[in-house]
Design a protein around this ligand. Structure first.
Ligand SMILES: C[S@@+](CC[C@H](N)C(=O)[O-])C[C@H]1O[C@@H](n2cnc3c(N)ncnc32)[C@H](O)[C@@H]1O
Length: 385
């Protein structure tokens, strides 16, 4: 490939213009790290109909595009293994630089800081960290052995012999703890306490929390002397889910799964509100294990569902001429909980996601919005309470 220095400078300019790159040290990293070297053996570009086109030698235009570049589908397929258009779900990628660099700026690193990254992916973001902090100060954990090996090779090839570890990043990496910073480039249902425990007092953990493909937020918490961590959601953020936590999509005969309801009523708010980012985030706080499912009857009528299989509960919504009817079944009335939250949120003036605060202890995860007692959620360890 040709010398990509001009492309890197142009990328840095675009990131600066977009307001995500201001620190000269990160600018130097963006200008130095060749993203194309982290795209071996190729990428999948999106095509119509949810299909992907494999490209084994992405040119500089692709490598420096402002896009996330998918590098693996369905946990195994790489671009060199396919010639035709393929279908599949992305399981590894090089995150779009605007997201990566925006997160790195949020991380507030200082010289000499030691950083744990969860979700090595291609190794591009790890390379930026190595450039900024030195290879010995970076530990990066990737759950997929093939992805980890390719990232390690790419990092070595550009001159960084860093600590690329294969393992489940939800456990952190205690052997190199304590860290000054922990950053996750996959989404987690909630920040594992192991990350808090492995961070020095005063250190920061930065991760996207939530389990839907949207309606997720970037949590930034600072670890205290007492082993708890507190902070807030700093912005909207979206990432592929940590593998161990990826929800199994609810499928099969939905009418059979909702055959027996305990209650039926008119919904006060439309479930279509959950298509919006903040209501979706709030729904995940009110009913953390629920999945939101869209469907249509054979005659074209709209249906929506909430399913919480672990709690054997569901809500089924049917569009009527006057609004929506909700049928709820199982021990937890999911829509009652979510609707109550959404009504309280509207009554509070519909605050933005950045109003959400959180505190993590060994025992619980507590989220709230200041001054709003009805916007307050406590989740216990293990299963959500
Ligand atoms: C969006 S990619 C990371 C992008 C990467 N930072 C880059 O710049 O190329 C997310 C990665 O997280 C990895 N991952 C998912 N679950 C994980 C887990 N539990 N522990 C460690 N890595 C995980 C995936 O295999 C995937 O490679």
């Amino acid at each position: 490939m040709t010398d990509t220095t001009p492309h890197r400078r142009a990328l840095a300019d675009r990131l600066a213009k977009a307001g995500v790159l201001s620190d000269p040290a990160w600018r130097a990293a963006v200008e130095a790290v060749p993203r194309e070297r982290f795209l071996h053996p190729g990428v999948f570009l999106p095509e119509d109909g949810g299909r992907w086109r494999p490209v084994t030698a992405p040119d500089a235009e692709i490598a420096y595009s402002d896009e996330s570049l998918t590098t693996q589908l369905d946990g195994h397929l790489t671009a060199d293994r396919s010639t035709d258009l393929v279908t599949g779900s992305p399981t590894s990628s090089s995150t779009t630089p605007v997201t990566v660099v925006g997160m790195l700026e949020h991380l507030d690193v200082r010289d000499g800081h030691s950083v744990l990254e969860i979700g090595t992916g291609t190794g591009y973001s790890a390379a930026l960290l190595c450039h900024r902090l030195g290879e010995d100060n970076v530990t990066t954990v990737e759950v997929d052995p093939g992805v980890a090996r390719r990232a390690d090779d790419a990092l070595e090839a550009v001159g960084f012999s860093t600590w690329t570890v294969t393992g489940d990043g939800l456990l952190g990496y205690p052997h190199r703890a304590p860290y000054d910073r922990v950053i996750a480039t996959c989404a987690v249902r909630r920040i594992p306490y192991a990350w808090v425990r492995q961070t020095r007092p005063g250190g920061v953990v930065l991760a996207t929390v939530g389990s839907w493909g949207y309606g997720t937020g970037l949590a930034k918490v600072t670890v205290g002397e007492d082993g708890t961590a507190a902070g807030r959601i700093v912005e909207r953020s979206s990432f592929m889910q940590a593998r161990a936590e990826a929800a199994v999509p609810v499928s099969g005969d939905l009418s059979a799964r909702t055959a027996y309801a305990d209650s039926e009523r008119a919904a006060e708010l439309p479930p279509t509100l959950l298509a919006e980012w903040m209501p979706a985030f709030l729904a995940q706080l009110a009913a953390p294990d629920a999945q939101f499912v869209h469907a249509m009857t054979s005659d074209g009528a709209q249906l929506r569902y909430l399913f919480a299989p672990e709690r054997e509960s569901f809500a089924e919504f049917t569009a009527t001429d006057d609004g929506w009817t909700v049928r709820q079944g199982g021990p937890v009335a999911l829509w009652d909980d979510i609707e109550r939250t959404l009504l309280a949120w509207k009554a509070a003036g519909s605050p933005d996601i950045t109003a959400v605060r959180l505190r993590i202890t060994r025992e619980a995860h507590h989220y709230w919005i200041d001054g709003e007692p009805a916007l307050n959620w406590q989740h216990g360890p293990g299963r959500v309470s």
